[in-house]
Write a new protein. Structure first.
Length: 276
């Protein structure tokens, strides 16, 4: 792996932490964002020359621009941006508060959009760069009880697919990563759950409770292997637009998309009936 400068959001746990560990072990420079000063202190001590911990709340658009300017001024390049910061929110749409809705959009969707917008001028000027957007299996497949998470992931996938076309002429690649379930804190620690209503008991909206219980079967995804595949993607030319991680995830995604296409094909006459 050639030496590069990576900017990664949300490195205190999960994929962000695993990516950072692997990159630092390979001699790469990593600027990793966190929200608390108690996190990743071990990496700061172990890699004082190549790891730069920065504080950032991705809901702060001004803070994002300030950070990106600072990184570029210090390092002279941002070779790879990994938009990783985000979280899961579970509960029926009715169970969510207005604050729940606003916060997850600001974090998972708007935060990622603003990070990409902030690095674009610098990558465009250097005529090179790679943007890796952590999405999810939930960016293609939807389940009850996860509506706002899906809204943010479907939204960021549409944004990235459009931006990938805009940035390709500048030699900037965009890859959307769609992991399935993994044994990270996302599922077994950081997931947020709405105040549940008894009206939704025995409803598909609460099926997620079994998934979040570590006493049940653990997720199949290995975070270390997934992180390795993500890192490898940065060297693939041209950049893959999407990467699905997990065999069960790929099977389910294909089944969902095939059903969607079949449903569209049934509408041939209906669609044509509205033409002049």
């Amino acid at each position: 792996m050639k030496k590069q400068t990576w900017l990664i959001t949300g490195v205190s746990s999960g994929f962000g932490l695993e990516l950072t560990k692997q990159l630092l072990a390979n001699g790469q420079t990593v600027i990793g964002t966190v929200r608390k000063d108690t996190t990743v202190q071990d990496l700061m001590a172990q890699y004082p020359e190549t790891f730069d911990r920065e504080f950032l709340d991705v809901t702060d658009a001004t803070g994002i621009k300030t950070l990106v300017d600072k990184v570029y001024q210090k390092y002279g390049t941002i070779d790879v941006l990994v938009n990783n910061a985000g979280y899961g929110l579970f509960g029926a749409a009715e169970e969510l508060t207005d604050q729940d809705v606003a916060k997850i959009i600001a974090t998972n969707l708007t935060g990622s959009i603003q990070m990409i917008r902030a690095v674009t001028p610098f990558m465009r000027e250097q005529q090179a760069g790679r943007i890796i957007q952590l999405s999810s299996y939930g960016g293609q497949v939807a389940f009850a009880g996860n509506s706002m998470y899906h809204a943010t992931k479907w939204g960021i996938e549409g944004f990235c697919e459009s931006v990938a076309q805009e940035l390709a002429p500048f030699n900037i690649g965009v890859t959307i990563v769609e992991p399935g379930g993994a044994r990270t804190e996302f599922r077994y620690g950081s997931a947020q759950v709405a105040e549940l209503m008894p009206e939704y008991d025995n409803n598909p909206a609460h099926a997620f409770l079994a998934m979040l219980d570590p006493a049940n079967e653990l997720a199949a995804g290995d975070p270390e292997r997934m992180a390795t595949r993500i890192l490898e993607s940065a060297a693939i030319e041209p950049a893959p637009l999407r990467m699905v991680l997990g065999s069960q995830t790929l099977d389910s995604t294909i089944q969902t998309l095939e059903k969607r296409v079949a449903d569209f094909k049934k509408q041939t006459e209906l669609a044509a009936s509205t033409d002049f």
